[in-house]
Design a protein around this ligand. Structure first.
Ligand SMILES: [Cu+2]
Length: 691
C-alpha cells in the first residue's frame, strides 16, 4: 500500500513505500526546507521543501528535473544528465548543492557535471531545498541549500542483522531510456552495510515530428557504505564511483566523452563527554573528457577537432560542537583543478586553459537556536578565509603565436588571491498551528569561481550559462555579497495546505559578463578568430532578484485532491537597465488526483508564461509561453511492489521551456540555435521493490 505524504505539501501527489526501511538519517532541519522523499516518510519542517521520486512525476534521469517541480524552483536544461536547479532565480555555484552530504567542485569548466549529475533519479532517496538562504553551518554560497540524498540502508531496531533491499527499474519511450538501480544491505541496531548500484542508458529523444540529436546518455554508478553505532556514537563510511559514458550536451560546443568520479566520505556523529559533536571528511575526484566530433557531426576541418581533458579534486572537512543552545564549528575545503584543450589529431596542439588552479577555504561559525511561545529562532554568523592561485599556462608548440603570447602574459600577471568574507543568517519560524509564519534574513557571500577568475583563454567556458558568448576571466573580481529577506506563511487548515512566500535579494558585486574593454586587443582578436567579436569579461555588477512562489494542496474529498504550484521571479541589473540572464518566467502546475487505496490517477497541467524580461548583456532572446498536459498513475502490487508511471506531453505538443538550452548540433530535427523542445508524447513506467 501507499502512504501519501501530505506533510510536505509539495504540490505533488506523493507516494512512498509503506515500509520506510531505507532512509538516511534526517537532519533536524527546520520548517524552512522543502523535500521530495522517495523511500521513507520524513518529517518536514516549514523551512524546507521536499519532493518524491517514487511517484514518478518526473521521468527524466536527472534529479534536477524532480527538484525543479518545487515552488520557486526551475530546471536549467543543458543536456539529458547535465541539468541544474534554479531556485528563486539563482543557479550554478550560487546555490549550495550536496549529494549524500558531500559538496564538491564540478570537473567540467562548463558544468557538464553539475552536482546533481551525481544524483541519478533512480537512486534518489530524497531531495530538499531550503526555503530561503542556507544556514551558515552549510558554508558560504548566497542562495538556497539543495540537499540530494541517495538511498542507503539505515540502522535496524534490534541486535539481529536483517536484510534490506530497495530496487527500482524504469523505462520511458521518448528516449527508449531505461534505468535499473537500488541498494541492498544488512543492518542491525549497531552495524549496517550496503551496496548501491545503478545503470542508466537512453537514446536521442523524440520530439513531435522528429528527434533531438545528441541527447542520449549513459551512466553507471556503484558504491559501498558501512556504519557502526554504540552508546549514541555513530561512524559511517561511504564510497561511490560514477562512470558516465558518452552523453550529449547540445547547448554546448562539446559533448561528454566520460566522467570518472570517485566520492568518499567519513563521518562521526556523537558526543565528546556530554557535548554533541560531529565530524565529516569528504573527498571527490572528477576525471573528465569531452569532444566536438564523437557524438555530434564532426567539424569539416580536422584542425577544428577538439578534445578537452579536465579534472577536479575536492577535499572537505567539518567539525561541530554543541554547547547548550549554541553550535560552534570549523570547516574548510581545498580544491585543485585543471583543464587542457587539445586537438587529438595534433599532439603539439594543447592549451592549459585552467592550469593547476588551487583554491582553499577555512571557515568558522557559531549558530544558536532558541524557542519560546511556539516560536523558534536560529541565528548564525560565519567568517571565511579564502585563497586561490593558478600556475602559468602550459602551451603546445602548434598553438598559434597570438595564444602562446597571451599565455605568457597571463603567466606573468598571475598573483595569489586572498579574500575574507563574513555571512550572517537569522531564521524565525513557527512549526505548528494553523498559521505558520517563517522568515529568513541573510547576508551571504560567494567568492569568484576558478573559471570566473582564471579562465584567461577566450572560450565559451562559463560554468554552464550556454549563452554562446565567449568569456574571459578576471583576476580583479571581488566576492559577491547578497542581502536577502525571504518569508511567508504556511496555512495548514484541515483539508487545505497553502504555503505562499515572498522574497527580495540584492546582490552587490554580482559576477556576470560585461563587454571586454577595447584595450584588451589580444583577447578580442582571439575571440574574433573563434567566432565572437564581442566577447565578455567576468565583472562585478549590481543585481537584485525578487518574486513570489506558493503551493497548494486541497483534499476536496477523501479520494480527490487538488495540487498546485506557482513561481515568479524577476532578476534585474541595478547598475544598468538590463535583466539577469536565464531567469524562469512565471510558471506553474495544477494537478487533480483520484486516490483509491490500491491505485491512483493524476491529471496535470504544466505551463509557463512568455519571458520577455531577457538579458541584453547575454544576447538572450525572448520566448513564448506554453502549456502541456500529463497523466500519472500509481498501483500497489502487494506489500513490497509498486508500479508508477504516466504519459507526459499527452497532446504531443512541440514547446520549449525558456530555460532550455539552444541547439548547436547540426543535422538534427531541431534547428541550429533553436531552443531544445521538450520530449514529445512519452510513456513512462517505474517498478519498485522494497523490503
Ligand atoms: Cu565538459
Amino acid at each position: 500500500m501507499f502512504i501519501r505524504l501530505l506533510s510536505s505539501a509539495a504540490a505533488l501527489p506523493l507516494f512512498v513505500a509503506a515500509q520506510p526501511v531505507l532512509a538516511e538519517e534526517a537532519e533536524d532541519s527546520a520548517p524552512l526546507t522543502d523535500t521530495i522523499v522517495v523511500t521513507g516518510q520524513r518529517s518536514t519542517t516549514p523551512l524546507d521543501t521536499t519532493t518524491d521520486p517514487v511517484s514518478g512525476h518526473a521521468s527524466a534521469p536527472d534529479a534536477a528535473a524532480l527538484a525543479a517541480r518545487l515552488p520557486g524552483a526551475a530546471l536549467i536544461g543543458n543536456g539529458p544528465i547535465s541539468g541544474q536547479v534554479q531556485y528563486r532565480g539563482l543557479f550554478s555555484e550560487r546555490l549550495a548543492t550536496r549529494v549524500s552530504g558531500l559538496s564538491f567542485q564540478s570537473g567540467g569548466p562548463n558544468a557538464m557535471d553539475p552536482p546533481l549529475h551525481y544524483a541519478p533519479a533512480i537512486l534518489l532517496d530524497s531531495i530538499s531545498v531550503s526555503r530561503g538562504a542556507a544556514p551558515v553551518s552549510e558554508g558560504p554560497g548566497i542562495g538556497a541549500l539543495v540537499d540530494a540524498r541517495l538511498k542507503s540502508v539505515d540502522f535496524g531496531t534490534d541486535a539481529r542483522l536483517t536484510p534490506k533491499v530497495s530496487l527500482a527499474s524504469s523505462y520511458r519511450t521518448a528516449d527508449r531510456g531505461f534505468a535499473v538501480g537500488g541498494v541492498a544491505g544488512l543492518a542491525s541496531e549497531s552495524v549496517k552495510f550496503n551496496a548501491i548500484a545503478a545503470w542508466e542508458q537512453g537514446g536521442d529523444y523524440d520530439i513531435p515530428g522528429g528527434r533531438a540529436r545528441d541527447t542520449g546518455y549513459d551512466r553507471l554508478t556503484y558504491g559501498l557504505s558501512a556504519g557502526f553505532q554504540a552508546q549514541g556514537n555513530r561512524l559511517t563510511l561511504d564510497w561511490r564511483r560514477q562512470e558516465t559514458g558518452p552523453s550529449g550536451n547540445p547547448p554546448f560546443a562539446m559533448d561528454i566523452d566520460y566522467f570518472h568520479t570517485d566520492f568518499a566520505r567519513l563521518a562521526f556523529d556523537g558526543s565528546i563527554g556530554t557535548l554533541p559533536f560531529d565530524l565529516a571528511l569528504g573527498y571527490t575526484d572528477v576525471r573528465h573528457g569531452m569532444d566536438n566530433y564523437d557524438l555530434r557531426p564532426a567539424p569539416a576541418s580536422t584542425a577544428m577537432y577538439r578534445y578537452s581533458a579536465a579534472d577536479a579534486q575536492t577535499m572537505t572537512a567539518r567539525a561541530r560542537l554543541g554547547i547548550g543552545p549554541v553550535r560552534i564549528g570549523v570547516d574548510g575545503e581545498s580544491i585543485q583543478r585543471s583543464v587542457t584543450i587539445s586537438n587529438p589529431l595534433n599532439p603539439a596542439f594543447s592549451i592549459g586553459s585552467l592550469e593547476n588552479v588551487r583554491q582553499w577555504r577555512i571557515g568558522t561559525f557559531a549558530e544558536a537556536k532558541v524557542s519560546a511561545g511556539g516560536w523558534q529562532a536560529e541565528a548564525g554568523l560565519r567568517v571565511d578565509w579564502h585563497g586561490a592561485r593558478m600556475d602559468a599556462p602550459l602551451i603546445g608548440t602548434a598553438v598559434p603565436a597570438m595564444i602562446s603570447n597571451l599565455a605568457t602574459m597571463t603567466g606573468m600577471a598571475l598573483t595569489p588571491h586572498h579574500d575574507t568574507t563574513w555571512d550572517a543568517v537569522v531564521r524565525i519560524w513557527r512549526a505548528d498551528g494553523t498559521w505558520r509564519p517563517r522568515l529568513t534574513l541573510a547576508r551571504k557571500t560567494r567568492v569568484p569561481g576558478s573559471v570566473e577568475r582564471f579562465s584567461w583563454l577566450p572560450t565559451e567556458a562559463s560554468g554552464g550559462l550556454a549563452d554562446g558568448n565567449i568569456y574571459i576571466g578576471n583576476q580583479a573580481l571581488k566576492p559577491e555579497v547578497s542581502w536577502s529577506a525571504e518569508g511567508g506563511v504556511d496555512l495548514v487548515a484541515g483539508p487545505i495546505t497553502f504555503r505562499p512566500s515572498l522574497f527580495y535579494r540584492r546582490v552587490e558585486d554580482y559576477i556576470q559578463g560585461t563587454p571586454v574593454p577595447a584595450s584588451m586587443t589580444m583577447q578580442i582578436a582571439i575571440a574574433t578568430m573563434n567566432g565572437d567579436s564581442t566577447p565578455l569579461i567576468w565583472s562585478n555588477v549590481e543585481a537584485e532578484l525578487y518574486g513570489a512562489d506558493a503551493d497548494l494542496t486541497w483534499q476536496i474529498m477523501p479520494q480527490l485532491r487538488l495540487d498546485g504550484t506557482v513561481s515568479y521571479v524577476r532578476g534585474k541589473r541595478r547598475d544598468i537597465a538590463d535583466n539577469l540572464y536565464r531567469i524562469a518566467p512565471l510558471n506553474g502546475r495544477l494537478a487533480l488526483t483520484w486516490d483509491a487505496t490500491v491505485w491512483s490517477l493524476t491529471g496535470e497541467l504544466v505551463g509557463a508564461a512568455s519571458q520577455d524580461q531577457v538579458s541584453a548583456s547575454n544576447s538572450e532572446a525572448a520566448s513564448p509561453g506554453w502549456v502541456a498536459a500529463n497523466l500519472w498513475f500509481g498501483v500497489t502490487l502487494g506489500k513490497a511492489i509498486s508500479l508508477t508511471g504516466g504519459v507526459e506531453n499527452l497532446f504531443d505538443r512541440r514547446y520549449a521551456d525558456h530555460l532550455a538550452g539552444r541547439n548547436r548540433v547540426m543535422l538534427s530535427d531541431v534547428a541550429m540555435g533553436e531552443k531544445l523542445p521538450a520530449p514529445g508524447r512519452s510513456l513512462f513506467v517505474r517498478l519498485g521493490v522494497d523490503f
